[in-house]
Design a protein. Structure first.
Length: 265
């Protein structure tokens, strides 16, 4: 069955416009059963701004099979251009969805990234809460950005799902660079989701998430995020039609020529 969906273009990045439920039920779960390879990027405003500033990272994100709106700023920007994205789909929510599916269907999962302490804790929690998951393997994120031996060892486990928690840019770059080594697999960069799953970082209460204020909760808890969160407002301003035109005329929306191989620093 062919799944029909629209795409919304924001700063040259095509976001898939589909509900989280439909994305999983109609695209991802069938892809797992058919042993396909699939590269998923969950992009917030900071990630999209980074594609403007780093041409190689832009190529990496554009190579993904699916780019999802992980951030209310992306959803709001789509509304400003009168092409609204249905809903925000976060990497951490997809991680939980995929873990449940893997547990229910005895799928093989590899856990790549985070600190050794967090990675071990994640495995313990998965064994307890998702007993049907077949743990293909695990590896912390403390290794050189290009390490063929590690990539080969991950591929040798033949995982159905590969969670890559190396932080934005590095994780997408790793997937883009090494995906061809794998015969199958759903590849998804999940940033700090292992920290949430392990309990090392507390996610915002549901009421904050429902009110679309998760970003504010994180900022209150982690004031050092202010500079990063300002990217949201920059991103939003770039999608107000009048401001977008003026900034383009002034030359502020031009790509800065900074190259990093496969988007990995």
């Amino acid at each position: 069955m062919t799944v029909k969906y629209n795409k919304v273009k924001l700063m040259d990045i095509d976001f898939i416009n589909i509900s989280r439920y439909s994305f999983l039920k109609k695209i991802i779960y069938p892809s797992i059963e058919q042993e396909k390879k699939c590269f998923i990027v969950t992009a917030n405003p900071e990630v999209v701004i980074a594609t403007r500033d780093d041409p190689d990272f832009k190529v990496t994100v554009q190579s993904a099979d699916y780019v999802l709106a992980d951030g209310i700023g992306v959803v709001n920007a789509s509304r400003l251009i009168n092409d609204p994205i249905k809903e925000r789909v976060t990497g951490v929510d997809l991680m939980y969805d995929l873990l449940k599916y893997a547990s229910d269907n005895k799928k093989r999962v590899f856990f790549l990234g985070a600190s050794e302490e967090v990675n071990i804790k994640v495995i313990d929690i998965v064994k307890r809460d998702y007993p049907g998951v077949v743990i293909a393997g695990r590896k912390n994120g403390y290794f050189n950005k290009y390490n063929d031996k590690i990539a080969d060892s991950v591929a040798a486990t033949k995982p159905d799902i590969i969670f890559v928690a190396l932080g934005a840019k590095r994780q997408e770059g790793w997937i883009h660079h090494y995906m061809d080594k794998f015969e199958k697999g759903i590849f998804i960069g999940i940033g700090g989701s292992f920290d949430v799953l392990s309990g090392h970082v507390k996610r915002a209460p549901k009421i904050w998430i429902k009110m679309q204020l998760e970003w504010l909760y994180r900022l209150i808890k982690e004031p050092h995020r202010l500079r990063r969160d300002l990217k949201v407002f920059e991103f939003m301003l770039l999608h107000v039609p009048v401001i977008k035109t003026v900034m383009k005329w002034l030359g502020f929306s031009k790509t800065k020529p900074r190259s990093t191989r496969d988007g990995i620093r």
